[in-house]
Design a protein around this ligand. Structure first.
Ligand SMILES: [Zn+2]
Length: 100
């Protein structure tokens, strides 16, 4: 049996989202992957950033996570809130780590 990999995760990398146009393109891309059954949306369970102050802790969570059903990688998609940029990050084999 030949397993055909239909995703193109290998050719894609994480990116900073600095414009509305790019954001719309990426949102469209993720929506399409879900429609095609290549990605599925996952619950966001871990923060990409934890800030620790004096007895205080703040956590930032991305807007969306998508799991690639074909190759098992995880995509993190944080919508921009301009002037704050958004981003997309990729985790090979679905192994998550916080942002530096
Ligand atoms: Zn994939």
């Amino acid at each position: 049996m030949v397993w055909k990999i239909e995703c193109d995760c290998n050719e894609r990398v994480g990116i900073k989202i600095g414009s509305m146009k790019l954001f719309e393109e990426l949102k469209e891309f993720f929506d399409t992957q879900v429609e095609k059954g290549i990605f599925k949306e996952e619950e966001v369970t871990m923060p990409f950033y934890i800030w620790k102050g004096d007895g205080e802790e703040k956590k930032w969570y991305a807007t969306k996570w998508y799991k690639c059903i074909q190759c098992g990688c995880l995509w993190e998609f944080d919508y921009p809130d301009f002037p704050a940029n958004g981003f997309v990050r990729k985790f090979d084999e679905g192994i998550y780590y916080a942002k530096e």
